[in-house]
Design a protein around this ligand. Structure first.
Ligand SMILES: [Zn+2]
Length: 155
């Protein structure tokens, strides 16, 4: 049932004029030495190790990187919806950010072969979506059973 609904949803995205093109970028590479101590990005380590041959990972936690891009199609809209599924994790955000508008993306169709492109499990430091000329960090992926709803944050 879910597979059938997903196939119908993807077929609908592929021909729906409201669905828009975007590009998913996933960065892979070797762990940056700045992550050795804490396991995550350490800006201070880069300040303490300024030798010119030390490549700064720029927050990706990776060096010697390769960026793989995938053309996608999805629905995008700005929202500050509260009390819905996106707000379930509201407690994670400082109070001041609760009124922020989110760019919501629902999809996702991989346009090269019209299959589902999951964004589940992507690391927000090492992946981003380019939409309408701007880059967005993938903040939250909600499984809709046959699609995903993603909250994007401008980079
Ligand atoms: Zn680093």
């Amino acid at each position: 049932m879910i597979a059938k609904r997903q196939a119908e949803f993807l077929a609908w995205i592929s021909r729906c004029a409201l669905a828009e093109d975007a590009v998913l970028a996933v960065i892979t590479g070797d762990a940056c030495p700045c992550t050795n101590k804490t396991g995550s990005y350490d800006a201070q380590w880069h300040r303490d190790n300024p030798e010119p041959d030390d490549e700064d990972c720029g927050g990706t936690e990776l060096i010697d990187t390769t960026t793989t891009t995938t053309n996608i199609k999805a629905f995008f809209y700005w929202s500050n919806i509260r009390g819905n599924v996106l707000a379930q994790s509201e407690g994670q955000y400082p109070i001041g950010e609760r009124e922020e508008k989110f760019l919501v993306m629902i999809g996702t169709l991989k346009t090269s072969d019209n299959t589902f492109q999951t964004l589940d499990g992507l690391n927000e430091r090492q992946s981003y979506v380019t939409y309408d000329g701007n880059r967005y960090r993938i903040k939250e992926v909600t499984d809709l059973h046959y699609a995903e709803m993603i909250r994007l944050e401008p980079i």
